[in-house]
Design a protein around this ligand. Structure first.
Ligand code: GLN
Length: 497
């Protein structure tokens, strides 16, 4: 058995069949993580706590109490707080501001995956406070893309995507505010789903833009994502925007049969909308070709492609880059050196302490966003910027509803290009513009996925984006799973991994 090549579902079965123990699996992956330290994917591991959790899982498995995830390793984006006493792991949010911070509790998503028997291997690198598209805004160094170490893994969940692609862990958590699960999944050739806003609890997720932040799984297949999402989602009274719904079995929904489906045409009757704005002239030819190829495969499985329009797609960029910084400027007010995190060593008085703490603790992108956000919320500019952006946000959401009158799912590219070169010092605006295809769905609060669709320039992976209507994760996963039964892009590993 090649343990690190196996996915979540296969490992769960092997563990229940006693072909491998969780302890053995955990040791194997921890050694692999140590060997692959130059990738920069992990910020912290704790062998003692991981092996204790693995032993507990092995005891449950021995007693016949193992579920689908019991004993399967996972790692968390370092934006989720992890109880330091339980896991021995710090929580940094990729920021110097929280370097060495020991959380006294677990995020709900972390707690639920632990309760399902998953073994936490460690914390994954990410852009500082999840602000970025390349993981280069992390205070703890960049992450290298396993497909080409000279390229970025995407962001902000870059460590999660790289770790899963490099077979260091079969699945990871990520968060997506404006594309941070989908874009790194696309850049690293893995599968990721951002659920409908409210499906996963935000409790214990270090807040960036609260009206947009959403957690989700990143793994190597739709099936593995479905297994994790079932365990990590669900109503949480500790998150005021948590959706009040019964627990969902996304794996069963993924396996379900569509009315009218046949073995050869499992997607018969499915209408997939292609917004013309998602295929602009500026879309790179390699990405367009891979996405068209995946769409042809979906057609071959019985789906029908229909032309739709999301006329405010371009406006999503200014709307998001006003609303997200506005919320961030408010959320990040708590990092003032008083209650937790970094505190400047030298200061004259309280105000000076605040100023120096924040000047020292935050990186340049975070400071830029705090300043933009403070400006657009200020008296005199609020109506012109923030309020206007909120109105447009509503219109963007309405555009999607008009599309869903004519189709069941929407498809397009995740990003306009494959992963770019590391260390280029791109202008911030260049990165913001590259978010064009993920921001509309985020602003509308809709679920979205990235599914491996092929390879482009330099042999780099390309992701197909699928966007569903509210709470339609089951259909997204079903469609992605059908595609993965017919194609093998998701099974390919980068050379040397
Ligand atoms: N790239 C976007 C940003 O920098 C999205 C980040 C995210 O989804 N966390 O804000």
């Amino acid at each position: 058995m090649n343990l690190h090549q196996m996915g979540v579902a296969a490992l769960g079965r092997a563990l229940r069949d006693k072909q491998v123990s969780s302890t053995e699996l955990t040791q194997h992956l921890l050694a692999r993580i140590a060997d692959q330290a130059p990738l920069g994917a992990f910020l912290a591991t704790n062998a003692e706590a991981a092996l204790a959790a693995a032993q507990a899982a092995d005891a449950a498995l021995a007693a016949g109490r193992g579920g689908a995830l019991t004993g399967v390793p996972v790692a968390h984006k370092d934006i989720f707080v992890t109880d330091h006493a339980r896991t021995g792991l710090p929580t940094t949010a990729g920021s110097k501001m929280l370097a060495g911070y020991a959380s006294p509790f677990d995020a709900t998503v972390v707690a639920r995956l632990a309760e399902s028997g998953m073994v936490t291997l460690g914390k994954l690198n990410c852009d500082e406070f999840a602000m970025g598209s390349a993981n280069e805004n992390s205070a703890f160094g960049p992450v290298h893309n396993p497909w080409d170490p000279r390229r970025v893994p995407g962001g902000s969940s870059g460590g999660s995507a790289a770790a899963v692609a490099a077979r260091l862990v079969p699945a990871a958590t990520g968060t997506d505010t404006g594309g941070s699960i989908r874009q790194p999944a696309s850049f690293c050739g893995i599968t990721g789903i951002k659920p409908t806003y409210g499906v996963c609890s935000r409790y214990g997720m270090v807040a960036f833009a609260s009206s947009l932040d959403q957690a989700g799984p990143m793994a190597r297949s739709a099936e593995d994502c479905a297994l994790l999402l079932s365990a990590m989602s669900g109503f949480d009274p500790r998150d005021a925007t948590s959706a009040e719904r019964a627990p969902q079995d996304f794996h069963a929904q993924m396996l379900g049969t569509r009315a009218g489906a046949t073995a050869a045409q499992p997607l018969a009757g499915l209408r997939i909308g292609l917004p013309q704005e998602f295929f602009p002239d500026g879309l790179s030819a390699d990405v367009a070709a891979a996405v068209r190829g995946a769409l042809a495969a979906l057609e071959g499985l019985g789906a029908t492609l229909v032309d739709v329009s999301l006329p405010r797609t371009e406006l999503s960029i200014p709307v998001y880059y006003l609303i997200a910084p506005a919320e961030a400027s408010s959320n990040l007010g708590r990092f003032d050196g008083v209650k937790f995190g970094h505190r400047a060593a030298q200061h004259a008085d309280l105000l000076d302490m605040y100023k120096k703490t924040r000047a020292e603790g935050f990186g340049p992108e975070v400071k830029r966003r705090i300043m933009i956000g403070t400006y657009v919320l200020s008296h005199g500019y609020y109506d012109a910027y923030y309020l206007q952006a909120q109105k447009l946000r509503r219109m963007i959401a309405d555009d999607f509803q008009a599309c869903f009158q004519r189709c069941d799912l929407i498809a397009g590219p995740v990003a306009p290009t494959v992963a770019w070169a590391l260390g280029q010092q791109r202008a911030p605006l260049q990165d913001y513009l590259a978010d064009i295809f993920t921001l509309p769905g985020s602003l509308a609060g809709l679920p979205g996925m990235s599914v491996p669709a092929g390879f482009g320039e330099g042999g780099m992976p390309v992701g197909l984006q699928l966007i569903g209507n509210y709470f339609d994760e089951g259909r997204l996963l079903h469609t992605a799973h059908a595609l993965q039964q017919a194609t093998d892009f998701h099974t390919r590993a980068p050379a040397g991994f």
